[in-house]
Structures are given as C-alpha cells and as structure tokens.
Design a protein around this ligand. Structure first.
Ligand SMILES: Cc1cc2nc3c(=O)[nH]c(=O)nc-3n(C[C@H](O)[C@H](O)[C@H](O)COP(=O)(O)O)c2cc1C
Length: 339
C-alpha cells in the first residue's frame, strides 16, 4: 500500500524519492523515472547566480512535463542576497519542493563556500534557508553530507539549525565531503540526525541499491524517507521494488528483454530531446547504466561507445544477440557510477 508522504504543503505519493543528479537527472531520465512514480524526482542542481541572470542553459536543466508532478528543484549557492530571488523563480516555474544543496563535493562548487562548502558554515545554511522560506509558499528542504570530514561531523547540529529556520525536511547523505563517493555511507549519521530532529523530516541517503538495502536503511536509521541516487540509474523501477518488498509482495524480476526494452525507451526519449551530437554522447553514458546489470554484453557496449550516429547505436541494439546475455546479481557494480 502506498502511503502519502507529506512534506509541508506537498503531498508526495510515497516516501521513496529520486535524487538530483548533476549531468544525469535530465528530462529523459526523469521521464523514464516517472513511469514508476517515485515520491518525487529532482532536476539536476542549478546555480543560484546562473538562474538569477536568466542563463538559458540553466533554465533548460529545469525542463519538465506536466505529468511529472510532484517535481523538485535544487538550488546551489551561498549568497543570501540571491536566495530569495532564486527561490521565487523556482516557485514561479511551478515546482512542488525546493531543496538547497549543501552536499556537492566538487572543488569548483565548494571554492566559493557553496555545496558541501556550506557544511563549514552551518549558520549560513540557516540564513540561506530563512531567506528562501520567507520568499515562497512551497516547502523548502536541504540536502547535506555527514560533515566536511571525519574530524568535523556536524549533520545533527545542521539538522537542528535547518529545523529552526523552518525547513520541512533534511536529506542526509551518510558520507563526508572528504569521502566524495568512496567507501560505504555511514548510516549512523542519519540515525543521529533523526534523533536530533523534533519535527523536521529526515530523509536517508547513501547506498540504497535494492529493496533490501532500503528496508535496512529505514530500520537502522528510523528515517522518514529514502532518497535513491545511483541505484535508480538504469534501474528506474527501483521505487516499485522497494514498495512491493515493504508490502510483503514479491519483487517483479525484470529479465534481459525488459532491460533491452527500457534501454530503447530511454534512448528514444534522449533522441527526441537532444540534438544529434549530444544525444549520441548521452546514449553512451545511459547505455552503460543499463548494460552493467548484464553479463555477456561487452561487445554491445563497445559498439554503442564507438557509434558515430544515434541510428548506428540503435542498429547495434537491434542486431545484438540478446538471447546470449544474462542478468548479473552483483549489486556492487551499481555504485561504481559516481561524479
Ligand atoms: C553523477 C552524480 C551527480 C550528482 N549530482 C547531485 C546533485 O546535483 N545534487 C545533489 O544534491 N547531489 C548530487 N549527487 C549526490 C547524490 O544525490 C547522492 O547524494 C549520492 O550519490 C549518494 O547516494 P547513492 O549512494 O544512493 O548514490 C550526485 C551524485 C552523482 C553520482
């Protein structure tokens, strides 16, 4: 049974959420994801200054279709002077939830104190959230990491700061900035945030790659929702697996031909959305996500990577002897994808 997950004024259909993924959660990715109805699906993060100066490329990252609601946007920035204007633009574009990124580990983002750089200035997180909250009616949330490094774990303190500022939910990625995507996420930090929270919802994130791992995260941390990132790449139906498992129903096994069909659907959405050259590059990246769950497809992966047109890439898929491929049971391959 799917239970509504209420985040402020936004009623999400369930509490399995799909993460913002820079360079990945574009319109075709989200169109694919929405077929399985996660609680919400996020666009890629956008920079506040680029949004405020009406950069067309930034607006394109926020493309969505009407049937995608509830849809989330995520802002990245550290200047309180821009936060209100940027938040209003997001609300005017029709988004249901607005998140503040305090987790991106990339140097070019942290160097001005944005992304995970904000973990070093917890009071600025409170200030940014207050500015955003004062400007919009939609719920404002924040996404953080456990801390800057092992010596500076402060997620529980930030949870309290965010709650005081009026944020409706906090997503906690159980890795530090120093870890980037290496090593396992430490779910104890998520549990600590849940214990520090009074009313703010705590969303657990990190290493949910299967229905079983989602269940474990709920049990271990007591979190209110889970946010799936790499586990949804090439596996857009993971929300269905998680919800069925939770309800004691058998998980539907998707065989090699179902993966082939999903791959073709995703490629079709890319070809409709992107110009030829960009579509070809995107198909290489997305093709890897779907194919890494299969054994015996190396030759096809090479063909997709070498194809000089989208038509050639599609032809490789149609001509491939799919009957010779098999499903892999090894989930460690899924987490190999990172920024
Ligand atoms: C390619 C890639 C892009 C990402 N982009 C964003 C982003 O735009 N905003 C954000 O908050 N986190 C971003 N993340 C982090 C994920 O949302 C998530 O916190 C992290 O991958 C841990 O979850 P996982 O173990 O389920 O993958 C990105 C991660 C990856 C691998």
């Amino acid at each position: 049974m799917k239970k509504v997950f209420q985040v402020g004024s936004a009623a999400l259909p369930n509490n399995v959420l799909y993460a913002p993924l820079a360079g990945c959660s574009d319109l075709p990715y989200r169109q694919m994801a929405c077929r399985w109805r996660p609680g919400i699906v996020y666009c890629e993060m956008v920079k506040m200054d680029a949004l405020v100066r009406h950069d067309p490329g930034t607006y394109r990252l926020l493309d969505y279709t009407i049937d995608m609601h509830p849809i989330g946007a995520q802002l990245c920035g550290s200047k309180p002077g821009l936060a209100k204007t940027a938040a209003r633009i997001i609300e005017d574009l029709g988004f249901d939830v607005l998140d503040l990124n305090c987790g991106c580990p990339v140097d070019k983002v942290t160097k001005d104190g944005s992304g995970s750089g904000m973990l070093r200035t917890p009071n600025l997180i409170g200030e940014m959230l207050s500015e955003m909250i004062s400007a919009v009616k939609i719920p404002v949330t924040v996404k953080i990491r456990a801390g800057w490094d092992e010596e500076h774990i402060n997620a529980a303190t930030i949870t309290q700061i965010a709650e005081k500022a009026g944020a409706k939910a906090i997503t906690v990625h159980g890795r530090t900035r120093a870890q980037a995507y290496k090593g396992p996420a430490n779910w104890d930090h998520i549990r600590d945030c849940k214990q520090a929270a009074k009313n703010i919802l705590v969303i657990g994130n990190g290493d949910v790659f299967s229905a079983e791992s989602a269940e474990k995260m709920f049990q271990w941390t007591g979190c209110d929702a889970v946010l799936v990132a790499r586990g949804a790449m090439g596996h857009p139906w993971i929300v269905e697996d998680i919800l069925r498992h939770r309800d004691g129903l058998p998980i539907q096994t998707r065989g090699v031909m179902a993966i082939r069909e999903a791959l073709l659907e995703h490629f079709d959405l890319i070809i409709r959305y992107q110009p030829e050259r960009r579509a070809l590059l995107d198909m290489r990246r997305v093709g890897c996500w779907y194919l890494k769950r299969l054994i015996g497809v190396k030759a096809l992966r090479v063909q997709i990577n070498r194809a000089s047109s989208t038509a050639e890439s599609l032809r490789a898929i149609y001509e491939f002897p799919w009957a010779e491929a098999e499903l892999s049971q090894d989930l460690s391959i899924v987490g190999a994808e990172s920024e």
